[in-house]
Design a protein around this ligand. Structure first.
Ligand code: FES
Length: 104
């Protein structure tokens, strides 16, 4: 199991997100929800919108294009028009750096 460094924790303030591009992975969205970090695919499963451009509220992110809402923790599509969940990643925070586990 590989761990991949994604960003520094201080790059993502509480209530915000950061889009990160890493070779070999789709664009990632890092969210800080009350100082807990979550990483999901950034590209909305309904289209090509970047979820990092969406509104964050109550642990959910709203897609900026057609307003589907996703659970940041589980990736679940909560409202139409999205029905396919966002891929989520296992996150480890070590020494001020956000890492994800890469399974391949
Ligand atoms: S692109 Fe996200 S809801 Fe349509």
């Amino acid at each position: 199991m590989d761990m991949v460094s994604v960003c520094k924790t201080d790059e993502v303030a509480p209530g915000t997100s950061l889009r990160v591009e890493i070779d070999g992975l789709p664009p990632l969205a890092v969210f800080n929800v009350d100082d807990e970090f979550f990483v999901i695919d950034d590209t909305c499963t309904h289209g090509d919108a970047s979820l990092c451009d969406g509104e964050i509220e109550d642990g959910q992110v709203e897609c900026p294009w057609h307003n589907a809402r996703f659970c940041i923790k589980t990736g679940k599509a909560l409202t139409f028009p999205a029905v396919v969940p966002q891929k989520t990643y296992v996150v480890r925070v070590l020494d001020g750096t956000v890492h994800i586990e890469k399974n391949d």
